[in-house]
Design a binder for this molecule. Structure first.
Ligand code: ADP
Ligand code: MG
Length: 208
């Protein structure tokens, strides 16, 4: 999927967030969004996902202006990992079992084996599966959400500050995983230098 912003204008009350913002993201691209706090990085993801709308200009998906059907298609392909992840109440394993039992996910066989292999790649231990999701740290919740997105075979990752609260070794582990995912489209909001080392990564600066 190609995602294009064309002359996008967006404001909240009197505050102009985007003034004539244009860019294009092709399938397989790696984009790092930079900008001080409050410049609209999270808003940009909300616009892509159709959780919010532009005031003028256009968002195009595969060349077509966004509409509910396109947004629906896009959301099925996207892994959106917000700054604060909430997956609800319950034990992690039960949340996963329920998710995987949905009709749309029954094609995903061998997910348990994949899960077992993925946990150590993100420095998580198997016993996390027995814990209450609500008791996990913010960083653990984000990493678990990334793993779930991988299990769901999402191809477009929207990662909002995924490594901000992590130590250097763990930042490197996560960026290493994504550096090898050359099949995926990566949209990352992060000031961590580790992301800049990914092959072919481009930065888009949002300014005030
Ligand atoms: N739904 C909203 N209603 C009003 N103002 C908002 C809303 N969402 C974000 N803002 C404001 O828009 C600006 C950009 O927010 P945000 O996209 O979260 O910035 P960033 O992620 O770059 O820190 C901030 O000033 C924020 O307070
Ligand atoms: Mg933000």
């Amino acid at each position: 999927m190609t995602i294009q912003f064309k002359n996008v204008f967006k404001r909240y009350d009197k505050k102009i967030i985007f003034d004539d913002l244009s860019f294009q993201i092709r399938a397989g691209a790696r984009i790092l969004f930079l900008g001080p706090s409050g410049t609209g990085k999270t808003t940009l993801f909300q616009l892509i996902l159709g959780f919010d709308t532009v005031d003028s200009g256009e968002i195009l998906i595969d060349g077509e202006p966004v509409n509910p059907l396109l947004i629906n298609d896009l959301r099925k392909k996207v892994a959106y990992i917000p700054q604060i992840v909430e997956l609800g109440q319950g034990i992690v394993k039960d949340i996963l079992d329920e998710l995987m039992s949905f009709q749309a996910n029954t094609r995903l066989t061998h997910w348990q084996e994949k899960l077992t292999a993925l946990l150590p790649k993100f420095n998580l231990e198997a016993h996390i599966l027995e814990q209450q999701f609500s008791m996990l740290s913010g960083g653990e919740k984000q990493r678990l959400a990334i793993i779930i997105a991988i299990l769901l075979e999402r191809e477009i990752f929207l990662l909002d500050e995924p490594t901000a609260a992590l130590d250097t070794a763990l930042k490197q582990k996560i960026t290493h995983y994504f550096s090898e995912r050359t099949d995926a489209t990566l949209l990352i909001i992060s000031h961590d230098v580790e992301w800049r080392q990914l092959d072919g990564i481009k930065t888009i600066n949002l300014t005030q």
